[in-house]
Structures are given as C-alpha cells and as structure tokens.
Design a protein around this ligand. Structure first.
Ligand code: HGY
Ligand code: MN
Ligand code: MN
Length: 408
C-alpha cells in the first residue's frame, strides 16, 4: 500500500457526494452510507474485522498478539463544497498502515483499530465531533433534540442511519484498553509548506465554541418604510458579523467566523424580519475563548436593543483546547527523524477528532503538508510523495509503540 493507492482511494471517495457538482457528505446521508460500505470493503481486504457502532462510526480492527488496542483514524463526513483529503486522508493512511502489517503477515503486541468517524464537521446539526464523542464515551444526550434545516432531529437521523439514539450517551464503542490514538490530517495551514516539510507533529488542538445566533425585527415594505425606525434584522446581523471580526482581530491568537446566514422572508423588496447566523469562535486558551464568546454575546444584545430587535443566542457546542500527549508526540518525532526529516511541532487551529479522543486515551496527530494551506475548499491538495512519507512515518511510529510494549 503506497501513496498512489491512497490518492486513488481519496479520489474514489470524493466521487461519493450527496449532491451533484460538488462534494458534500453530511451525517446520516446516503453518501455517508456508501462511503462506509466502500471503506468497509477495503478494511476487510486488509484482514480487519469490521463493525459500525450506534451512531454510524465505521470501525476496522486488526488483531494483535497482546493486550491493548492502538487507535488510528479520522472522519469521513465533509463540509459543503469540500476538498478530497480533510478526513478521508487520515482514515486511508491508517488503513494503509494496517495493509502493510497484513502484507508482511505481521502482528503487533496490541490490536490496531481504524476508526472512520461518522460526523466531525457538524455540517448538518451545527455541532462537532458527534461520531468520536460517542466512540470516546462523551456523547451529550442534549444534542439529540437539535434539528437540521429540514426540522429532522439528531435522534431521528441516528435512528434512520445507525441505531438507537437513546443508547449513545453513557456508552462508548472504543475498546476498553485503548492505549493511544494517532490521527493523520492535512495541516489546513501554511506552516509545513513554508518550512518545506512533508509532515509535522501537532503540539495542541484549539478549543472552539459553536454558537447559533439570530435577530428578529420587523419585515416591511422596502419602498414605504422610512429608514428611521426600521427593525432590520439583517443590518443587526451585519453589525454583529463585523463586531466578531473586530473583536477577534483585537485578541491575538483568536479567530471568529460567521459561515452561515439565513435571511427571511428573503425577498428583494422586503426588509428582513428574521436572520439566523452561525458564529465559530476559537482560541488555544479556553479562558480567552470564553471571554471573547461572552463579549460577543453582550455586544449582540446591545446591537439588538439599539435596533429594536430580539436576540436569539444558543451555544450549540463547545470543546476545550487539548494538548497532545507529550510521550506519544516524542515517539512520533522519533519516527519522523528516523525517516530523515526535521520533527517540527505545530499547533492546530482546526478542531479534530483527536480532541475528543483525549477523553479516552493519550492522543497525537501527524499533519501532512497541503498546497497553500487551502482546505474546506475543492482546491485542497496533497502530494503523493508526502502521502508516501506519511505512511512510512506512521509505520515506523507503530513499530516504536510496539517496541515499547515489548519492553525493548
Ligand atoms: O472546524 C474545524 O476545525 C474542523 O474542520 N471540523
Ligand atoms: Mn477534518
Ligand atoms: Mn474540516
């Protein structure tokens, strides 16, 4: 299994989309079902046992000779108009490592599981880490009542796609004896390209808050209602968008993004009466992120009041910043150096399932250079030789973990 095969498989999965013309694979979609079936076939071909859990994560297991399980993986869901590699590259390079073991007829002193998580991006329900939160035993039952844009609850989506939603909280599908998790992921940033390095170890994963905000004002005739006294919900939302940008610019290391907005009733000659918008707030320090979130909630209230609108503010989900496990990162750095490369460590501004997996075991991540740092965009691209290096480093990394388990 080499870089070319992984690239071909990324191409194959990228052709499985819920909509024509661009790549989008939301939780619970037919496209997700189809990629799970496709990857399950590849897992079986690598001598793995395959199962899916109650939220729809696909899990392949390659037995070892001793106690314990090392988990690799990433997610198979995507954002809207996605690239080919965010998620699938991590699952497929993990599978490539198992295929190498299988081809060598080698068994490690622990089992290897490849977890292909069913929802990390949260495109459908505005949450994040849904799949890995159940796998790791941290699923929040309150999320079950969240509705997608068609009014379908997460509970119903789980029931249709995978299993019993009531069974998700308080249970996990991870192996009892997980000894560690390591996720390969495109960097989604410019650092490795700037340093001319194919891979790098991740030092920490940012914390993030996902908020659903909304303003309701008064819809009205665009031609007859004077500017004075309007309760224009879109102007209120626009003020908050710029406020979020200004506040994040003023707070070093923070980012704030409004990625989604819906305007109702949505007619050119009607003053918008109702607007919903998403707000994504991140920082490596949870305290700073909390202060920024609360500041923006306060400003949103002032904006609403000043414009005679009502404010809706719902924190959909938050995840704390997670440092990588120092020992695992040290082993990963050894593997990178054994491959003849500088072992750079860099923080992740993106969230990853590894942040959720830290609930259940020590975690590490290996970033792969991606062109221009571009991601969440169909222009996302990686070099085949960087993928080959990635598989080689991960193969070495598993060997180092195995040597440790054997007491070498
Ligand atoms: O939003 C993120 O950071 C990740 O792509 N889910
Ligand atoms: Mn991702
Ligand atoms: Mn992503």
């Amino acid at each position: 299994m080499d870089g070319a095969n992984v690239m071909e498989r990324c191409d194959a999965l990228a052709r499985i989309s819920e909509e024509q013309g661009f790549l989008v694979r939301p939780y619970g979609s037919d496209a997700m079902r189809e990629v799970n079936e496709t990857v399950a076939g590849w897992m079986r071909g690598a001598g793995m046992g395959v199962r899916t859990d109650a939220i729809g994560n696909l899990i392949g297991r390659y037995e070892g000779t001793g106690e314990g399980t090392f988990v690799l993986g990433s997610h198979l869901d995507t954002v809207r108009d996605a690239g080919k590699y965010d998620g699938p590259l991590g699952v497929l390079t993990a599978l490539a490592c198992v295929e190498r073991l299988h081809d060598r007829d080698e068994r490690l002193p622990f089992a290897v599981e490849v977890a292909a998580f069913a929802d990390e991006e949260g495109l459908r329900f505005g949450t994040t880490y849904l799949g890995s939160s159940h796998y790791a035993g941290a699923f929040d039952a309150k999320l079950l009542e969240l509705e997608d844009r068609n009014g379908v609850t997460l509970a119903d989506a789980v029931r249709t796609f995978a299993g019993d939603p009531e069974s998700l909280a308080g249970t996990n599908s991870a192996p009892e004896n997980a000894i560690g998790y390591c996720e390969v992921h495109i960097e989604q940033g410019p650092v490795l390209e700037e340093r001319d390095l194919p891979v790098g170890g991740v030092s920490a994963i940012t914390g993030l808050s996902r908020v659903q905000a909304g303003f309701s004002g008064s819809a009205g005739h665009a031609g007859t209602v004077p500017m004075e006294g309007r309760k224009d919900a879109l102007c209120a939302a626009a003020e908050l968008v710029l406020e979020a940008e200004a506040a994040a610019r003023a707070e070093p290391g923070s980012v704030a993004t409004v990625g989604e907005m819906s305007v109702r009733p949505g007619a050119g000659n009607v003053i918008p009466g109702n607007v919903d918008l998403s707000l994504d707030i991140r920082h490596g320090d949870d305290e700073v992120r909390g202060r920024l979130r609360d500041h923006l909630e306060g400003r949103a209230g002032e904006i609403a009041e000043g414009r005679g609108c009502e404010l809706r503010w719902q924190v959909r989900q938050e995840s704390v910043a997670v440092p990588a496990d120092q020992h695992l990162v040290a082993l990963l750095s050894c593997a990178i150096e054994e491959a003849g490369l500088e072992a750079l460590r860099l923080p992740s501004g993106a969230g990853h399932d590894a942040a959720q997996m830290a609930v259940v075991c020590p975690v590490a991540m290996l970033f792969v250079r991606c062109e221009g740092g571009v991601s969440h965009n169909p222009a996302e691209s990686v070099e085949e030789e960087d993928v080959a290096v990635t598989i080689d480093v991960m193969d070495r990394f598993l060997g180092l973990v195995a040597d440790e388990r054997r007491g070498r």
